[in-house]
Design a protein around this ligand. Structure first.
Ligand SMILES: [Zn+2]
Ligand SMILES: [Zn+2]
Length: 291
């Protein structure tokens, strides 16, 4: 069955291989379209993001691959763009200037330590704990609320085409280490966020990385949140957030099955340079007969 993936990393950021290796692997794994979305260059040192002086080469190489694979695999050029108010976001001028095919907006950083470091919420458990204690005095509810606050701000002020791993903060909460995802306050934050999403055109990705990295038991987002997304008619898509060629369709079957069980009829994919709705089953997209 045909697949697509628009959230992917390569060796321009923290992926393992050069872009061409992913294009080949995408073809082998039955992809009809593949979008590169390296981590945007950050205005401070960040080990996993692209270095600013590589952005030109990145754009040039992806555009070259587009032509080279024409007729076999549709290739698209994007970035996974961090949202940090006043510093960077999907509408930052240097990003708009390079005319990406689409944008992914993600929150990886929540506020700063006194020494100026930005607090990474999807890094190690030790860094998470450090920020929770030092920035939020150990108050998990305040920290998680701030994460969703920033997501809502991004949507209102610099809305991307795709919202990256919308509930990624839950990767720090295995076995309800810090809180119950059934808690009223947590569900309230999710609902408030989805109500904002529903006022935009943004697509919520179902991101399978937590599953194949064994960090979570559900994709980002999981079953309950997906049912709330469906109620609001918010469009969804399936992405793997691959960093290795083997991860390109990682746990897609689980994601498509979950979407089907929840009651979704279609998913969005960027095909022929536009967002389109596709029917699907557990094996992937069902293409129109005349496609
Ligand atoms: Zn991310
Ligand atoms: Zn990513």
């Amino acid at each position: 069955m045909p697949h697509t993936n628009y959230h992917s990393h390569c060796n321009f950021c923290d992926g393992t291989d050069e872009p061409r290796v992913y294009a080949e692997a995408a073809l082998e794994q039955g992809m009809i379209a593949y979008g590169f979305s390296s981590h945007v260059p950050m205005p401070f040192f960040c080990a996993w993001s692209m270095k600013a002086d590589k952005l030109g080469d990145y754009s040039e190489l992806i555009e070259k691959l587009k032509l080279e694979y024409k007729g076999r695999l549709q290739i698209y050029r994007s970035l996974e763009i961090d949202y940090i108010p006043g510093l960077i976001g999907p509408q930052t001028s240097f990003i708009k200037e390079i005319n990406l095919d689409y944008t992914i907006g993600s929150v990886h950083f929540v506020d700063r330590f006194d020494d100026g470091r930005h607090w990474e919420i999807d890094g190690t458990a030790a860094i998470f704990e450090e920020g929770l204690q030092k920035i939020f005095a150990g108050d998990i509810q305040n920290a998680v609320t701030r994460y969703y606050d920033l997501t809502r701000m991004m949507l209102r002020e610099e809305c991307p085409d795709v919202i990256g791993h919308i509930d990624k903060i839950k990767m720090q909460n295995p076995d309800n280490k810090y809180f119950s995802e059934d808690a009223q306050w947590y569900k309230g934050e999710v609902i408030r966020t989805l109500d904002v999403v529903a006022q935009t055109k943004a697509i919520v990705e179902v991101n399978t990385r937590g599953l194949y990295k064994k960090k979570t038991t559900e994709p980002y987002p999981g079953k309950w949140m997906l049912s709330e997304i469906l109620k609001r008619n918010i469009p969804v898509m399936v992405n793997s957030d691959s960093h290795h060629p083997k991860e390109i369709t990682g746990e897609f079957e689980i994601a498509f099955t979950l979407l089907k069980e929840t009651g979704f009829k279609t998913v969005k994919s960027f095909v022929d340079n536009k967002w389109q709705d596709f029917m699907f089953d557990k094996n992937g997209l069902i293409l129109p007969v005349n496609a």
